[in-house]
Design a binder for this molecule. Sequence first.
Ligand code: ADP
Length: 257
Amino acid sequence: IEIVGAPIFNERSLLKGAVLVLYDITHLKKLELMRKDFVANVSHELKTPITSIKGFAETLLDGALDDKETLQNFLSIIHDESTRLQVLIEDLLTLSRLEKDEYKPVKSEINMNRLVEEVLPITNHAAEQKGISLTVEMDNNISLRADKERIKQIVINLLTNAVNYTPENGDVKLTVTDKDENIHIEVSDTGIGISQEAIPRIFERFYRVDKARSRNTGGTGLGLAIVKHIVEVHDGRITVESESNKGSTFHVYLPKI
Ligand code: ADP
């Protein structure tokens, strides 16, 4: 609380009383803390790959160039870490665009069946590598008015997470249905699940239940923050049900117009 005070005098200039104004700045303080946290997180996330790229490049310059196998190995690390930086920067830009107050989705008529067909090759590959069966169930001719690339991103991010956080040979299922004025996108998996304490936090920027695991799968910790923003700018709703070691189900409801 911030307090601002001023004395009040009577006509003979004698102190009569005082006015105190109490400002509740909890919210402002919270915002300020969140902003500082965000900057610290971004800096850390950028620093990690850059340190690694620099280190491996320097080792190569110092002579490791002569060994073909080491060269190959180091270059592939440099390549992967650069990709990681690129994905992180793309995610940050996406978030910052979505967070602008004046941001309005550019809507067009989307055929969801076609959109899912476009997304599947991207996620199928990762699923196949882990022996995960990815099934799709949807009615014919589901359509809505929305920002197509953004809706695609919702489906990609949720499916990618489902595959990433499900052990080998598990199941991932995408269901799209027409529900009155909404369309309902459901992504369920038989993966590691999310504890009840963690559920409210997973949509925060950079929150990860297990940092090492998320990094290993190429996660930036921004995927769900982006999904939540896209859902919100479309006046939709997102919910999660999950149980540790059993699996998770994400539900997205988007108005059709
Ligand atoms: P990340 O890039 O780390 O996957 P996200 O924002 O997409 O970032 O997700 C935040 C965190 O939520 C993840 O690090 C993970 O701990 C948890 N999470 C997201 N989806 C799932 C899922 N399907 N199953 C289990 N945990 C999940």
